[in-house]
Structures are given as structure tokens and as C-alpha cells.
Design a protein around this ligand. Structure first.
Ligand code: ADP
Ligand code: MG
Length: 346
């Protein structure tokens, strides 16, 4: 027990020195008082014999606060530790790497019996029930040609994450989505309409019952600074991947826009496919997933760290993620990953 008086003396000395650092500048009326108060705190924390116990929670708290003020909400201190160890970063495409501000470039009726405006009325009314960014674009497109959707007329609306939507309107069973929606409509083969559409677009299929009755294509663009954020992750020795439910062509077009920032691309994925790939990545090293949609929730939950897009993302993604990005700026991710090292000073 001989060390108790020794600790007492050291503690007192540290407190006295820290007090000097804060009081003397006040007495001398120096200009930059906050600098001296900061120095006093540094002396107090680092000179304290309990430093080993105190320094980690103090550093963690500082990092969490700093991250939160810049819109990077980390739910627990453990996430900060894991974040520093991440070796693979997987990103969803629509709404995460891209802006999800679609413009409809093409909307067609493929049946001579179905009037284009009528089809657009049904599609926009059903899409009014969906929170997917494609839905907003289709509704805007309908309004731009004086077609007003009436969501109240839609019955039995269903959302199929990563595939599309279904609704019954005016006695018609209508399925809208990607290739996979054909199976929901009871159609086993998908007619190859992509060849007629311009490359790199998201393509939508409209089925009335089992019949392919219409198609549309939409264009989206990368978020500002997306390539830079991915390159920064690569400079931290982290592998980058994009996992999307969209078609191969649209995925390839985004990959081309990003230069060599993406190491791996997987397209036409269902929510469970994204989760399976995250599992495979985890066998290679600590993995994080960044996503916004309902179809990202299983992958966000499976990853060592799940980051959800707080503003544009779905409530489920936000609930599932360990970190919420309170802005749509994915550049905050590499900055957030550096935080722990910066605050601890290594
Ligand atoms: P990502 O994985 O790139 O974020 P999404 O979550 O946007 O992909 O969904 C994958 C695909 O599912 C879309 O590209 C689209 O074809 C289809 N889809 C999803 N929701 C809808 C919807 N409301 N209307 C039409 N298609 C949809
Ligand atoms: Mg998405």
C-alpha cells in the first residue's frame, strides 16, 4: 500500500500544474485563453495516473461528439473501434452512390389496346404508394404530361424490395419493376426489350396480369464527390464494392463514371443476395455496408458496420444501421474512419 501516498502526491502535482496552465494566463490577460484551457485539460488527462482507464473513454467521447457535429451519427463507441479496422467497404448504388434523382427518358405502351396516358395514370397512381426514388420520377413525369395520379383508387398495394411494386386499379392487376417482377406477374420468360433502350439506364417493365404491357427507362447520376470518397477509402487500403438491385448495364455505366474507384461490382441482386455477399466479404476481413433502401436492411444488419443514408434513406435502413449519415455526403465516411486515429493521436 506504499504506492497510495505516491499516487496522491502525483495526482496533486498534476492538478496544481493543470490549474497553473488555466489560471496564470487569466491573470496575465493573454489573448488566446481557450488554447491554455485546452492545454490544462491535456495535462490533466495525460498526467493523471489513471490515464490508462480514462484516456480511451475520453478519446471515444471526443470522437463521437466530433463526428456527430459533422452529421456522422455513430450509435456506440464500439462502432468507432470496428470502423478503424474495416478492410472492405460495400456500397448500394441507387440513393447511396447515385443521387436517386431520376429523370424518365422513355415511357412506352407495348400493347395496341392500351392507351399511353391511361397506362401512365395507372403506373403513377400505384407508384404514389411507393417511397422509392423511381416512383417520384414517374409521378413527376405523369404530371408533366397532365396526368394526375389518384393513389386512393389503388387496392392491395404491395412492395417487393429489389424488384418493384404491385397494385390493383380499375380492375387491373399491375406489376411494375425490373426483370424479376415478371415472375411475380406469373410470367416465366422476360422479353428482351433492353436492346431497344439506350445503354446504362434503369429499365422498368409494366405487366398487366401476365402480359408485358409497357416499359420505361430512367437516368440517374453519381453523387457529387462519390469517386473521391471511394478513392480515399482505397488510399486507406480498403477494398471498395458496389451491390445493386439494378440491371448490369446501369451498374456498369456508374462504374465507368467512377473511373477505377470501384474494385468489385455485383448487379441484379435481391436483398438476401446483398446479405450473402456481405457474408462472403466478412470471411476476407471486417466489412462495412452503406445503403439507403428497404432492400439494403439485411446487408446492413449482416455487416460489421452498417451505415445508412439518414436523409434520403428508408426508416428501416436507418433503424438497422450502426451509423447514420445525416447528410447525403459520402465523403464523410473516410473522414469518419480517420476520426478515432486523429483523436487518439496515432
Ligand atoms: P439499389 O440496390 O441500386 O439501391 P433499388 O433498391 O433501387 O436498387 O431497387 C432495385 C431495382 O428494383 C430498381 O432498379 C428497380 O428496377 C426495381 N424497383 C424497386 N422499387 C421500384 C418501384 N417502386 N418501381 C419500379 N421499380 C422498382
Ligand atoms: Mg438504394
Amino acid at each position: 500500500m506504499i504506492w497510495i501516498p505516491f499516487f496522491f502526491v502525483v495526482c496533486s502535482a498534476v492538478v496544481v500544474v493543470a490549474a497553473c496552465f488555466s489560471v496564470i494566463p487569466v491573470l496575465l490577460k493573454v489573448d488566446n485563453l481557450s488554447h491554455w484551457f485546452h492545454l490544462a485539460l491535456v495535462v490533466l488527462v495525460s498526467g493523471c495516473p489513471c490515464v490508462l482507464i480514462l484516456s480511451t473513454p475520453v478519446a471515444t467521447f471526443c470522437a463521437l461528439t466530433k463526428a456527430a457535429t459533422s452529421g456522422f451519427l455513430i450509435k456506440t463507441g464500439d462502432c468507432l473501434e470496428t470502423l478503424a479496422k474495416i478492410r472492405i467497404a460495400a456500397f448500394d448504388k441507387t440513393g447511396t452512390i447515385t443521387k436517386a434523382e431520376f429523370t424518365v427518358s422513355d415511357f412506352k405502351s407495348l400493347s395496341p389496346n392500351i392507351n399511353l396516358k391511361n397506362l401512365l395514370y395507372w403506373v403513377s397512381s400505384i407508384e404514389s404508394k411507393s417511397s422509392h426514388p423511381m416512383a417520384a420520377a414517374l409521378i413527376d413525369y405523369a404530371r408533366s404530361v397532365s396526368v394526375e395520379p389518384t393513389p386512393d383508387m389503388v387496392e392491395n398495394f404491395q412492395n417487393f424490395p429489389g424488384e418493384g411494386v404491385y397494385g390493383r386499379i380499375d380492375g387491373q392487376d399491375i406489376y411494375i419493376g425490373n426483370k424479376r417482377i415478371a415472375h411475380r406477374a406469373g410470367c416465366l420468360t422476360v422479353p428482351g426489350i433492353e436492346a431497344n433502350m439506350k445503354r446504362g439506364k434503369t429499365i422498368g417493365y409494366i405487366y398487366i396480369g401476365e402480359e408485358l404491357t409497357g416499359s420505361f427507362s430512367l437516368l440517374d447520376g453519381c453523387r457529387h464527390g462519390a469517386a473521391q470518397a471511394l478513392q480515399e477509402l482505397k488510399s486507406l487500403n480498403i477494398k471498395t464494392a458496389m451491390l445493386t438491385g439494378d440491371n448490369q448495364d446501369a451498374a456498369k455505366s456508374i462504374q465507368e463514371q467512377l473511373g477505377d474507384a470501384l474494385d468489385i461490382v455485383h448487379a441484379e441482386l435481391l436483398p438476401q443476395d446483398k446479405a450473402r455477399i456481405i457474408d462472403e466479404f466478412k470471411s476476407q476481413g471486417p466489412t462495412m455496408m452503406v445503403g439507403d433502401g428497404l432492400n439494403d436492411a439485411p446487408a446492413l444488419a449482416k455487416a460489421d458496420i452498417g451505415i445508412s443514408m439518414g436523409i434520403s434513406g428508408s426508416a428501416l435502413a436507418t433503424e438497422t444501421g450502426d451509423i447514420i449519415l445525416m447528410s447525403n455526403d459520402i465523403n464523410k465516411i473516410p473522414k469518419g474512419m480517420r476520426l478515432r486515429g486523429e483523436v487518439i493521436g496515432k
